[in-house]
Design a protein around this ligand. Sequence first.
Ligand SMILES: [Zn+2]
Length: 202
Amino acid sequence: MRLTDDRYSGERSQFELALRMIRHEARTRTIRSCTGLSDDRIRKLYATYFRDTGNTVVKRRRGKSPRQVTRYVKTPENQLQATTLVALFCAGLLVRIDGDDRVHACWPRPDVEFGHRLCRAYETYLLLHENANLSFANLNFEWAWNLLQCISHNEELYLAQCRGCESRYVQDAYALDDQTCPACSIVTPNKPRAGLPGLAPA
Ligand SMILES: [Zn+2]
């Protein structure tokens, strides 16, 4: 009986995560890698809970996740949002930042718990930017997913330190870095102020 209960609660958690991710318009392969559900079951879940109920707000995205890292650093606003997400990944224990500002993945591979933590980080990001004077959800769920992959492997993106306020921020490894965090460059370009909290090395 115990085994059956565990199996039932495990499956329920998989389905809950799949629905949560579908709502964020995650791609099928992203949902599959976290839930372990087959593409067919994910399609059926989408059809049952979204398409066949006339819910046209949620769309299904196909194909690969976006890969261009320039999206995260194109403007100080984008950079600020990417940095906020990395701070939330850190708070959700998806990544760890060491004393040299290098980022380490805390999860050997995606699973259901990882997926729920990623959703929580992304939902908090949406709440934080809901009323901001920025395009809503500048970074969609797949961009957040890709950011987590890139920053976890220190590929093309790294955490730079601001010379004004000493906070860390997401920077393109191949770009010229003027050591100014997005918060300082947005607020007062010539007079740096306290920037982003939450990215001190652990
Ligand atoms: Zn700064």
